[in-house]
Every structure is written in C-alpha cells, then in structure tokens.
Design a protein around this ligand. Structure first.
Ligand SMILES: NC(=O)C1=CN([C@@H]2O[C@H](COP(=O)(O)OP(=O)(O)OC[C@H]3O[C@@H](n4cnc5c(N)ncnc54)[C@H](OP(=O)(O)O)[C@@H]3O)[C@@H](O)[C@H]2O)C=CC1
Ligand SMILES: O=C(O)C1=N[C@H](C(=O)O)C[C@H](O)C1
Length: 252
C-alpha cells in the first residue's frame, strides 16, 4: 500500500476549508494532520508532518501560505483567489529553486465548471460577441470571481489565436460599471445574491442566435472531488499548474 497523503488545511474553519477537512478525513488514502486558521503559526504544519497543504484562506494570505509550503518542500493545492499574473510569476521563480514541489492553483475545483470554461473557450472563436456573468453568494469578498477571470483569459486567448476581433459594442455613454469589468478585453459582470453559491454563464452571440453555457455549484461538495484529485496528483506534477484542466485530459 502506498504512503498516506498527510494533509494540512489552511482556512479550515471557512466555508470551503471546513468542507475540505471533511473530505480529507473521509478519504481512505489521506490523513488530516493539521487544521489552521487566521493567526495560527505555520510551523504547526511542519511539526504535524504534513506532506501536502490545501489553501482555502483569503486572497491576502494565500501567497505567504503557499510560499511557506514550497520553501519547506510541501506540495500545495490552492483554491484561494487573488493569484494575479505577477504572483504566479513569483511563485514560478520559487518553484525553480524547489524543483520537486508541485503546486496546483485551481480557480475552480468543480469538474463541470472547468469543462464549461473549456467549452466556452472553444466556442468563443465562432461567435461575434461574448460576455461572462458570474453569480455568487453575498459573503464573497472578491469580484469578479477567480473563475470568471480565468474563463475570460481562456476565451481571450482562443479568440486571439483564431484572429477574432473584439465583441461589437456601440456604447458611447454609461454609468460607471454598467458594462462590467473588462478582463483581457472580455466584459465580466458580477452578481451577489442571497441564496446563491457559485454560478456562471458565458453568453455567446452571433447573427440571429445565442449560445449560453451555464454552470451551477449548488453545494460546496461540488468542489471536493477536484480538491482530492489535486492532492493525489500534485506530487507527480512538479512546478506550477494553473487550472484543474492541467490535471485532466480534456483534449482526448
Ligand atoms: N477554487 C475553488 O473551487 C473555490 C475557491 N474558493 C475560494 O476559496 C477562498 C475561501 O472561500 P470561503 O471558504 O468561501 O471563505 P471563508 O471566508 O468562509 O473562509 C476563509 C477562511 O480563511 C481563514 N483565514 C484568514 N486568514 C487566514 C490565514 N492567514 N491563514 C489561514 N486561514 C486564514 C478565515 O478566518 P477568519 O474568518 O477568522 O478571517 C476563514 O476561516 C476564497 O478565495 C474563495 O474565492 C471558494 C470556493 C471554491
Ligand atoms: O468565493 C466563492 O464562493 C468561490 N470562489 C471561487 C471563484 O472566485 O471563482 C470559485 C467559486 O466560484 C466559488
């Protein structure tokens, strides 16, 4: 039998962290060795003998948490938002100094969401117009969602490679924010509504037709298979993987 994956969860008391604690505890090939929250000493992770870290904390602390893990040779599975291009570039440099460590930064752990973003990127080169709407619970502290940013990046890359121009838009006057945020040229709209968990629509428009790609997470249980897959795969994928699609075979 292969060795147990010894997991420390950061942000363990949060909405996602508490779900991850449960999922890791129930996984036969894993052992939960540490659960940390705000203000806890990261040295606890080392003292507990963790081999892997799951970070589900807050955008302001995730970078320090992951840096600590990598510097101590621990593999990391990261769901926390806030991983800008600059932060990812700094992490890449750190990983070059710790070449056996694997880090997954997953803007979304739900398989359906990852597939929807991939489908959207494929479809976006065939439509004149594309916009993203993300809808979340009102306790979310960041907007737009990390998933929406990643989806917009993938869409923009696909359209650029195919030589498709910007979506048409005749707007001349607007209230600030009326057309949403713009990520890599793609308009992204954020809704915060009591009762929601995590939802996204990509609207694709062409002459006389519309394609809508929608994904709904009704429960945070939807994210747990991706978290566990990340933990089981990170060690065999040294370096930085951005997006759970990097651990899947979506092209096959
Ligand atoms: N990739 C994915 O599939 C998903 C990602 N997310 C992302 O995960 C993150 C967490 O979301 P959610 O669980 O809803 O948020 P919560 O606010 O419910 O949880 C965050 C937790 O982190 C704790 N925390 C704060 N600072 C630290 C620190 N320095 N070290 C460790 N823990 C800390 C908070 O404690 P305190 O309350 O005391 O501040 C809180 O318990 C967000 O960035 C969210 O966008 C969410 C869902 C899915
Ligand atoms: O805060 C959340 O809830 C979520 N955060 C992630 C994001 O910002 O994309 C993933 C999912 O949308 C839920």
């Amino acid at each position: 039998m292969s060795a147990q994956i010894k997991v420390a969860v950061l942000g363990a008391a949060g909405r996602m962290g508490s779900e991850a604690v449960k999922a890791v505890t129930e996984a036969a090939d894993m052992e939960l060795v540490a659960s940390l929250g705000r203000g806890d000493d990261l040295q606890q992770i080392i003292d507990a003998g963790a081999t892997h870290v799951v970070d589900l904390s807050v955008p302001g602390s995730t970078e320090d948490n992951v840096r600590f893990a990598v510097e101590h040779g621990l593999h990391a599975v990261v769901g926390t938002t806030g991983w800008t291009e600059e932060r990812r570039a700094n992490l890449q440099l750190l990983l070059e100094q710790n070449p056996s460590v694997g880090v997954l930064i997953a803007p979304n752990f739900a398989l359906g969401s990852v597939l929807a973003s991939a489908f959207a990127a494929t479809a976006a080169k065939y439509f004149e117009s594309v916009e993203v709407i993300e809808l979340h619970h009102p306790n979310k502290v960041d907007a737009p969602s990390g998933t929406a940013v990643r989806t917009a990046e993938l869409i923009a890359q696909s359209r650029k490679e195919a030589g498709v121009g910007a979506s048409p838009d005749a707007t001349e006057t607007q209230l600030e924010g009326a057309r949403g945020a713009v990520v890599d040229g793609i308009h992204v709209h954020s809704v915060r509504l009591r009762g929601l968990v995590a939802h996204q629509e990509v609207l694709l428009g062409g002459p006389g037709e519309q394609l809508t790609l929608r994904h709904d997470s009704y429960d945070r249980a939807s994210f747990m298979p991706g978290v566990l897959l990340g933990l089981r795969t990170a060690e065999s994928m040294p370096g930085l993987t951005y997006g759970l699609d990097g651990y899947l075979e979506l092209g096959q």
